[in-house]
Design a protein around this ligand. Structure first.
Ligand SMILES: [Zn+2]
Length: 127
């Protein structure tokens, strides 16, 4: 599998050639295009790529809080990786995002129980 395969499957375009104003190593999305350099296909890379696809596809207005988008996009990425690509994204790869969400929901209102469950700090054995 390649990132082009993933792009095709999710109906997004990778930039063919652009002015290089994006960091293609980290990845970026803008105007229906994903800026992403060719590299070895890994689960971590797949997760980051799918998070860009999620950002690209998220046209919700007004934009939800960042913690909510992080939660929703991470859950979506894991879910489609498993169901459509048959690849499991290890939980540890979302540890930083879960920590961010956990921190921010402490002072938020109307936090879905599923978001709390997803972000709750886990024991090492869960990772
Ligand atoms: Zn580009």
């Amino acid at each position: 599998m390649t990132y082009d395969d993933v792009a095709r499957q999710f109906g997004v375009q990778r930039c063919a050639q652009c002015d290089g104003s994006y960091d293609h190593r980290i990845g970026a999305q803008d105007d229906a295009v994903i800026h992403w350099s060719d590299r070895v296909f890994t689960r971590a890379g797949l997760r980051n790529f799918l998070l860009l696809v999620a950002d690209l596809s998220d046209d919700s207005q007004p934009k939800p809080a960042k913690w909510q988008r992080l939660w929703e996009h991470n859950v979506w990425a894991s879910s489609v990786a498993r169901k459509e690509l048959h690849i499991t994204i290890p939980t540890r790869l979302s540890a930083a995002d879960r920590a961010y969400v956990w921190w921010h929901i402490q002072s938020a209102t109307d936090v879905p129980a599923a978001a709390r469950a997803w972000a709750r700090p886990r024991k090492d054995t869960d990772i």
